[in-house]
Design a protein around this ligand. Structure first.
Ligand code: PGA
Length: 251
């Protein structure tokens, strides 16, 4: 399965989101072996869920709380989300940086997502200093182990992992293809050791960070990469539908 996942971040009103989703819907034919998932802001989930009711396009949220209900002003729970979305992005570097989410918090969220029937899209990735110091593997090892601590190996088939180097997000820069492939292999080996099962090989590993219609095939054609998580370029209907059709051309 190949994935094209759109992360709209904090962009577009619900009306604007609906218009963009309509463009994506009309420009996309469903192709077996490819999955398109849109992750709009919370307030657009309802209207998009109606739009995609009889469509192959699926929805995800960009964050959630780990409790199902309670006195957490401003938060959204997995129970509330699952009426609209099947997926949830967790541990995005913007959440970690601006909202101080630690691996422990991300871990609680991942467990809560799985318990409540949502599929987590776990984001991991190093900053530029770590990359330059060639400490990416050490950093990812800790991030993966802590974020996935205590997860039942039988639940791993619910998980998607996106490798998003922080320095590549929104910057127009990307690692080279070999670096991405090596990181994906490293993630697989790390998880295999950690969970002591080779079912980890079935976890889709995505790349994210400055993906465009122009470069998407560089990433998706890598043996260990099963798709992309797209920010900026997913806000342009035509560009995102091109990304989707390029991915579909590989299947
Ligand atoms: P970008 O964002 O495609 O704009 O670099 C990717 C992401 O943050 O998920």
């Amino acid at each position: 399965m190949k994935y094209a996942i759109a992360n709209w971040k904090m962009n577009l009103t619900a009306k604007e989101g609906l218009r963009l989703a309509q463009v994506i819907k009309s420009g996309t034919t469903s192709v077996p072996g490819t999955k398109v998932i849109l992750c709009p802001p919370f307030i657009a989930l309802d209207v998009l869920a109606s739009l995609f009711e009889v469509s192959e396009i699926e929805l995800g949220a960009q964050n959630m709380h780990y409790e199902t209900e309670g006195a957490y002003t401003g938060e959204i729970s997995p129970l509330m989300l699952k009426d609209y979305a099947s997926y949830v992005i967790l541990g995005h570097s913007e959440r970690r940086t601006y909202f101080h989410e630690t691996n422990d918090i991300v871990n609680r969220k991942i467990r809560a997502a799985i318990t409540n029937g949502l599929k987590p899209i776990l984001c991991v990735g190093e900053n530029y200093e770590t990359y330059k110091a060639k400490e990416t593997f050490t950093f990812l090892d800790k991030q993966l182990k802590e974020s996935l601590a205590g997860i039942d190996p039988a639940s791993l088939n619910k998980l998607i992992i996106a490798y998003e180097p922080i320095w590549a997000i929104g910057s127009g820069e990307t690692p080279d293809k070999n670096e991405i492939e090596n990181v994906a292999k490293f993630i697989e080996v790390t998880l295999e050791k950690h969970f002591e099962t080779d079912t980890v090989k079935q976890i889709p590993l995505l790349y994210g960070g400055s993906v465009t219609a122009f470069n998407v095939l560089d990433f998706v054609s890598l043996p260990h990469i099963s798709g992309v998580l797209v920010g900026g370029a997913s806000l342009q209907g035509e560009e995102f539908t091109q990304i989707i059709s390029r991915i579909q051309s590989l299947t």
